[in-house]
Design a protein around this ligand. Structure first.
Ligand code: DO4
Ligand code: MG
Length: 272
């Protein structure tokens, strides 16, 4: 089942169920629908190609897990002189690295601009499977996330992580939420990242969701420890694709992230 958030004819955001080429409106807020995805869809329908898709997030905070793939651990140990052991240790530890990523209203949707910091010299996208959690911390769906990051700022000092990760247009989500899928099924999916510059591919990489070291529900349970999310939350699960060290994003680059069971999230890079 594919859910989306889109702009209705009255310019108000709506939640819909994608049924072939048609979007069927689901009455209610995303919070209510995540708590009960079997709600009726009798509030009208429109052609899917005719509507503007929005980021599938309404009042849910966006959080992210880090260093959940071996590739991410190795890349971060290389970029950082004195924090290398922190990445090594968190990869093995029971408690995962979890960090706040974005308020929902700041998330970029499909086709919107994503940002690279003007004071960052080494900027990359991080293509990630995102867990959609309801208010009880249960995984009710999956979407695609982009955890845009400045590697030079993070590498200079671990305490700069919030600046490397949380800035204007640093988080994109979409295009849809796929609900009713088990973790075992999601682990068969492939993540693909393609970056194009002036229409030409400049980077392409793939990984398998199954390379994520941690169980998805364990990540969600840690996020909900001593914490409440009355509207649910989105949790990015970390990146397993890191472009070579010589690569940095430039304004105008097109970033395309595909997850086989979900779809394609495309955004263009702007300096912020
Ligand atoms: O520890 C820094 C962030 C890690 C991260 O964002 C990732 O592994 O995806
Ligand atoms: Mg990340």
């Amino acid at each position: 089942m594919k859910l989306c958030r889109y702009l209705g004819a009255d310019n108000q955001p709506r939640v819909g169920l994608i049924d072939g080429d048609v979007v069927r409106t689901i009455p209610g807020s995303l919070t209510e629908i995540l708590d009960d995805p079997t709600r009726s869809t009798d509030a009208g329908s429109q052609s899917a190609s005719a509507v503007k898709m929005l980021a599938p997030v309404e009042r849910q905070e966006v959080w992210a897990a880090g260093v959940t793939y071996l590739r991410s651990k190795k890349a971060r140990m290389e970029e950082s002189n004195f924090s290398a052991t922190a990445y090594d240790r968190v990869y093995e530890a029971d408690r995962p690295e979890l960090f706040f990523k974005s308020m929902p209203e700041k998330v970029a949707g499909p086709g919107s601009e994503i940002g690279i910091r003007k004071d960052g010299k080494w900027n990359v996208p991080e293509p990630e499977l995102a867990l959609v959690l309801n208010s009880k911390g249960r995984i009710v769906g999956y979407t695609i996330g982009n955890d845009m990051s400045s590697r030079d700022i993070e590498g200079e000092n671990l305490l700069y992580l919030p600046q490397a990760k949380i800035y204007k247009h640093s988080c994109a989500l979409g295009p849809v939420i796929v609900a009713g899928v088990t973790e075992d099924e999601a682990r068969t999916w492939t993540i693909r990242l393609e970056i194009r510059r002036n229409g030409e591919p400049v980077f392409e990489g793939t990984t398998s969701v199954n390379n994520i070291r941690r169980k998805f529900q364990d990540l969600a349970d840690y996020l909900f420890r001593s914490q409440e999310f009355p509207n649910g939350a989105i949790l990015l699960t970390g990146t397993g694709i890191v472009p070579p060290d010589a690569f940095t994003l430039a304004a105008g680059d097109e970033v395309k992230i595909e997850i086989s069971g979900i779809g394609v999230l495309e955004n263009r890079v702007a300096v912020v």
